[in-house]
Design a protein around this ligand. Structure first.
Ligand SMILES: [Zn+2]
Length: 417
């Protein structure tokens, strides 16, 4: 077969550790009228570079297929909004941002993060390749360019608006097909003194909790401090601060500047030694992670079957893209899960790709005997929201980190007062 080439260091020593088979693009929800159309499937295989230690998938679905119409609206989750509000406050203070300074948010989605800069006097600009989302943001008065950021766009921003004091990239750094052009563009945009803030799902935590459903075609690369430092090194950039947040099942924030410009904080060395302990530079760690996924399947399927045997109804709670990975990897279709319920109007009335589970309106679908909780990363928020359902005899089937059932008997164990 064709040699795999590392997305970061171009090495050919790239070895697969988890093959999830051929899957459709997990966010290409299917409209009823398209149910008989051909649905493209692409390999979904996670690999590890023995040279630079970057975890990555080895097949790229064109970004125009994945992102030009993007059904994930960040404004729909309260936790995320709060997270951005806190991030803004923290960054303004830490980086001493002041009136007239300029912030660029890459992959700005519907402008949820940009909105936090309103009333601060700080100038801001969003850039997002999803035209539907850029439109939503612009309608709210949050200037957003409907473009895929790269070196050329960076130069356009500099020409029209000047260099940036801060560039933020939340939940985008693993999406980048033009990884090198984007990083080079950011290096130009922040100039000598600006800062880049990258928030991304943390591979160390993914491995730790078995969150294999974070692997999907949109996520091309999966970062550790060590691997992102390797990438940044090509462009004279270095990480000077690392912080960890529980959102999205484990998100890490890297603050990055030109080499030698900022004092390196102790958090960087601490994270480096933590990664050594977790053996995140060793492919064996990832092979173990891969094997664990199939153990999870062996545990989850019998739980679902048990409900079905008793003629109980199971709905999927939510239809996030990670749910597409989980359902398609484990072959869970309508024979086990009757439908998925959502509040996102961009998904209601459509079908989950591959497994073709219909998506209904959460407010009118009624209540099943159990929900399969696909957005398990929002479990605390969901448990609070559905307290009366569970106490009234309903149940949550949670697939990650370990398949389990939460019902009225053990509900208290999962909620802190
Ligand atoms: Zn590499």
């Amino acid at each position: 077969m064709k040699n795999r080439i590392c997305r970061v260091c171009k090495s050919t020593a790239v070895k697969p550790f988890l093959d999830l088979g051929n899957q459709p693009h997990g966010d290409s929800f299917i409209a009823t009228k398209d149910l008989n159309e051909h649905e493209p499937h692409y390999p979904l295989r996670a690999c590890f570079c023995l040279d630079c230690t970057t975890a990555q998938i080895d097949y790229t679905v064109p970004k125009e297929v994945m992102f030009e119409y993007y059904p994930y609206v960040s404004g729909t989750t309260r936790m995320l909004k709060e997270h951005f509000e806190k991030s803004t406050e923290r960054l303004i203070k830490k980086l001493k941002l002041k009136k007239g300074d300029f912030v660029v948010d890459i992959g700005s989605n519907d402008g949820t993060w940009l909105e936090c800069y309103k009333n601060t006097g700080i100038r801001f600009l969003g850039i997002d390749g999803a035209k539907n989302l850029a439109k939503i943001a612009n309608a709210k008065g949050l200037e957003t360019w409907p473009k895929f950021f790269n070196k050329k766009i960076a130069q356009e921003v500099i020409a029209k608006k000047g260099g940036a004091n801060l560039v933020t990239a939340a939940g985008v750094f693993f999406h980048l097909e033009e990884l090198h052009s984007v990083t080079e563009g950011i290096a130009e945009l922040i100039g000598g003194t600006g800062v880049l803030c990258v928030q991304a799902i943390y591979l160390g935590e993914m491995v730790n909790i078995g969150a294999f459903d974070q692997i999907y075609h949109e996520h091309l690369t999966y970062w550790t401090l060590r691997s992102i430092e390797h990438l940044l090194g090509y462009y004279g950039l270095e990480v000077f601060s690392v912080e960890f947040f529980p959102i999205h099942g484990g998100t890490i924030e890297y603050l990055i500047a030109k080499n030698g410009v900022r004092k390196i904080e102790p958090s960087v060395a601490a994270m480096r030694s933590k990664e050594k302990k977790l053996r995140l530079g060793d492919i064996k760690t990832f092979e173990k992670f891969g094997a664990r996924v199939w153990e999870m399947k062996k545990e989850l399927i019998p739980i679902l079957r048990k409900y079905k045997k008793k003629e109980k109804r199971i709905f999927a709670l939510g239809a996030p893209i990670k749910g597409s990975t989980l359902l398609n990897s484990f072959g869970i279709g309508t024979e086990l899960v009757e439908c998925a319920v959502e509040v996102n109007p961009l998904k209601i009335g459509k079908y989950i790709p591959g497994v073709r589970i219909p998506i209904k309106d959460e407010r009118t679908a009624g209540e099943p005997d159990a929900y399969l909780v696909l957005p398990w990363n929002f479990l605390p928020e969901l448990l609070r929201k559905m307290e009366s359902y569970i106490k009234g005899g309903g149940a949550f089937i949670v697939p990650v980190p370990k398949p389990m059932v939460i019902d009225k008997n053990n509900y208290h164990k999962f909620t802190k007062k």
